[in-house]
Design a protein around this ligand. Sequence first.
Ligand code: DC
Length: 198
Amino acid sequence: MQFTVAIDGPAAAGKGTIGRALAARFGFAHLDTGLLYRAVGAKGGDPVLAAQSLNADDLARGDLRSMAAGEAASRVAAIAQVRAALVDYQRGFARRMGGAVLDGRDIGTVICPQAEVKLYVTASADVRAHRRWMELGGDASQILAEVIARDARDMGRSDAPLRAADDAITLDTSALTIETATARAVAAVEAKLPRRLG
Ligand code: DC
């Protein structure tokens, strides 16, 4: 069975948590596509060549989760040739047998416009900055400024900007517990899963 769940939204909205929960619940494979851009940014040198030659070792680096790596990822992600180099891998992953969940910024709009389920997971900038601060520590007001700047770059770029697909279900996790948000995501998938025979 091919079945794609596309999850988009800004940084620290809960996409990864919901994506991993859906993957575990339904036995789907999960791809955090932000990691691809983080690995390209961390590799250094020409970002287009880095994206074209991305390999498993690049994705296994231990320093990809930092705010600095997220910032570098957001910058290289604005380059159209970087994005183009990563399209085939993501589409192949999305259509693998057994089902797939991909989270990112352009999954429902560009990578998988035919995804069976599209979720747009969001939360206020204050809530997301607070989550990042709880996770990574540091200067809270600087983290908020970085979250706002990253939103502006990811939403304002000309190629594949972050936005909700017209047919996406929006989950605002500033007002929801993670359990409630996940339960709504599970219900959205169950509503679209092919009915088993017998
Ligand atoms: O989800 P994340 O914070 O790990 O993503 C890091 C950056 O990568 C994000 O600010 C923008 C970019 N990105 C993107 O442009 N498209 C995606 N599908 C995923 C991430």
